[in-house]
Write a protein that binds this ligand. Structure first.
Ligand code: PMV
Length: 348
């Protein structure tokens, strides 16, 4: 049940508090009310609040080991050294952790994804949630779940939500600067009896052409539809929270689907357009509608990529996965609500 996954991240053992090395595991989340657009890029303060389901599949495992003798951080992803912009983002994040912890040591970071990175399966969310928890533990930073969520947010906005299991709401917060930073965090969204499946149609597992960071900035700057979507998103969130409390899959799905289509509409109206939806995306969307016509409650959402995620009852998950595979000619994975980030180990 989703409620089982709403617990706060486990506390650190005493020996881990002193720092040195720590490993953390985090799972991706899929937004049912999307985050799309920042009001402050440096602090990663969003323009709207969002809500997601943390998955129970395809986790990221990250180990951060302090390396006092080294003069730069070394970061590997799946055993390969990270370079360029992805490395710069991790180093900038570690710099933030070092400032907060009052420490200076470089670190060796080893991170492994159970799925290809940048495939629209939210690996940046699980990645920065795991990095936040592991680096905070390694540098001896004691953070409660809210503070950990605020820290993860600075790496990638959606990572703020992967700190929590089950369903999480990320509050946009108020104002800018220190006030914005303090008030923009995720927390569990009450959904005690809601235990759906999310079927992931993996249409393209390769890295996306345009990063969500760049696409959302371009959308906010140029799309005449953006303000309307941002305004309607507040009502979507209120309706979503009520539907989750009722465990009403149809209401949750209808709101999630319209919110996602609206987000993609803002991108299509950007100048020039940003289009993530591929021919196979539309085929899967047709398949989802056909399922509904057959009386199977199934609802689609799409992120910054061509993949489709389909919300349905657990009991319909196999049928939905088969329909999605047939419609899109692609693999499909079945997920349920999963756990929040966990620190799983530290060096004695
Ligand atoms: O956290 P980012 O910068 O990868 O942005 C995520 C944006 C979406 O996945 C499209 C929506 C969301 O709320 O997760």
């Amino acid at each position: 049940m989703a409620g089982e996954h709403s617990a706060e991240p486990v506390g650190l053992r005493e020996r881990d508090r002193r720092g040195r090395a720590a490993t953390a595991v985090a799972h991706p989340n899929i937004a049912l009310v999307k985050y799309w657009g920042k009001r402050d890029a440096r602090l990663v303060l969003p323009r709207t609040s969002s809500l997601s389901m943390t998955l129970d599949i395809v986790p990221t495992t990250t180990t951060v080991a302090l390396a006092p003798g080294m003069d730069a951080d070394v970061v590997t992803l799946g055993g390969e050294p990270l370079t360029g912009e992805p490395l710069r983002r991790v180093v900038a994040f570690l710099d933030l952790v070092r400032v907060l912890a009052g420490r200076r040591e470089s670190a060796v970071v080893d991170t492994r994804n159970a799925v290809p990175t940048g495939a629209g399966l939210a690996s940046s969310a699980s990645g920065f949630a795991a990095l936040a928890a592991a680096s905070a533990a390694a540098y001896g930073l004691e953070l409660d779940a809210t503070a950990l969520s605020r820290l993860a947010r600075r790496g990638s906005g959606s990572a703020a939500r992967s700190v929590f299991g089950g369903f999480a709401v990320w509050h946009a917060g108020e104002g800018g600067g220190a006030e914005g930073d303090r008030t923009s965090y995720a927390e569990p969204a009450g959904a005690p009896d809601f235990d759906p499946a999310l079927v992931l149609a993996v249409i393209d597992a390769g890295p996306k052409a345009v990063s969500s960071r760049i696409a959302m900035r371009h959308t906010v700057d140029t799309s005449p539809l953006y303000p309307a979507w941002a305004e309607s998103s507040a009502a979507d969130l209120a309706g979503m929270l009520a539907a989750l409390r009722r465990g009403d899959l149809t209401a949750v799905g209808e709101i999630a689907e319209r919110n996602a289509f609206g987000m993609h509409a803002t991108m299509l109206a950007a100048r020039p357009a940003v289009r993530y939806l591929a021919p196979a995306t539309l085929q899967v969307l047709d398949g989802v509608r056909a399922l509904r016509d057959d009386g199977v409650p199934a609802f689609a959402t799409m992120d910054a990529g061509p993949n489709v995620k389909v919300l349905c009852h657990r009991t319909d998950a196999d049928r939905v996965a088969e329909a999605v595979r047939a419609a899109g000619g692609c693999p499909a994975l079945v997920a349920g609500p999963g756990p929040g980030v966990r620190v799983t180990g530290g060096e004695p």
